[in-house]
Design a protein around this ligand. Structure first.
Ligand SMILES: [Mg+2]
Ligand SMILES: [Zn+2]
Length: 181
């Protein structure tokens, strides 16, 4: 019997992502790192309901050498200052490294769940790309697809689709509060 958790993708879910050539890209400067409307309030509601909040984010630019680790730290300091998250887990690898943590692999979710004593049956992962939806399913948690209009195709069908995390708030609370089977 563990705690329910919400596993949150970062870019495009918590903070604004940008589109370049049809592909979402993360912020590149601290000014571009902007927490999206309603995110702080939704996360406060999740915390108030007893949910653990874990950010799980692929950051392959670390492996590519195009993201300075000190800038990543500054992004996450800004995020923590505005949004009450319990943990931030980063996959620093590129797609070529075959690591266990890069979504769609479930490593970040499963390792954090073990560390924090999470009840996966009552947990949800929210993300804006197919990798997030597939990682949720491989880890055995419900999925919420945040569709901000990029038009990128999914692979697995998500459990639910919303235009923002703020709009997903009641759904997440319902899934995580559902009685255990
Ligand atoms: Mg994302
Ligand atoms: Zn990794």
């Amino acid at each position: 019997m563990g705690r329910p958790a919400v596993f949150l993708d970062r870019d495009g879910v918590l903070n604004r992502a940008f589109e370049r050539d049809g592909v979402p890209v993360p912020p590149r400067t601290l000014d571009e790192f902007e927490v999206l409307p309603g995110v702080a309030e939704a996360c406060a509601a999740f915390r108030a309901a007893g949910l653990l909040l874990v950010v799980v984010t692929n950051q392959p630019d670390l492996a590519r050498g195009t993201l300075d680790p000190t800038l990543l730290q500054a992004f996450h300091d800004k995020l923590r200052a505005e949004v009450p998250v319990d943990d931030i887990v980063v996959c620093p690898h590129s797609g070529h490294e075959g690591c266990w943590c890069r979504k769609p692999r479930p490593g970040m979710i499963l390792d954090a769940a073990r560390r924090h004593g999470v009840d996966l049956d009552r947990s949800v992962a929210a993300g804006d790309r197919w990798r997030d939806v597939d990682a949720a399913h491989r880890a055995g948690v419900s999925s919420v697809w945040i569709d901000w209009g990029l038009g990128e195709p999914l692979r697995d069908a998500p459990g639910a689709r919303f235009g923002s995390l703020a709009q997903a708030r009641e759904y997440v609370l319902e899934v995580c509060g559902a009685p255990r089977a």
